[in-house]
Design a protein. Structure first.
Length: 101
């Protein structure tokens, strides 16, 4: 069984940890609107694993932030996650906070 996905809001940052995959993302999916209220940064540094379903959720979370009128960014993108982002050609959508600084 997969390690559960955990998330924590600190100010305008949502920090995700654990595994973000098809087996673990349902809880966040159900709470996505509440979890994303007032968020402009999604910290993914503590994610151990992300699959294509998890990547799709990250894109969806980004769209929630955009709908709130903010320009979202991601912090802590690992090499493995960056490889997945590149594989799906999402570099213009999932933008690292480090790239915008």
């Amino acid at each position: 069984m997969s390690e559960p996905l955990r998330w924590q809001r600190t100010g305008s940052t949502l920090a995700l940890s654990g595994k973000l995959d098809r087996d673990t993302l349902l809880a966040l999916w159900h709470q996505r609107e509440t979890a994303m209220a007032g968020i402009d940064t999604i910290d993914v540094a503590a994610l151990d694993r992300v699959d294509s379903a998890g990547l799709a959720l990250l894109v969806h979370l980004r769209e929630i932030v955009r709908a709130q009128g903010s320009t979202p960014c991601f912090s802590g993108i690992t090499e493995k996650l960056q490889s997945l982002i590149t594989l799906y050609n999402l570099q213009q959508i999932i933008v690292s906070a480090e790239q915008t600084a």
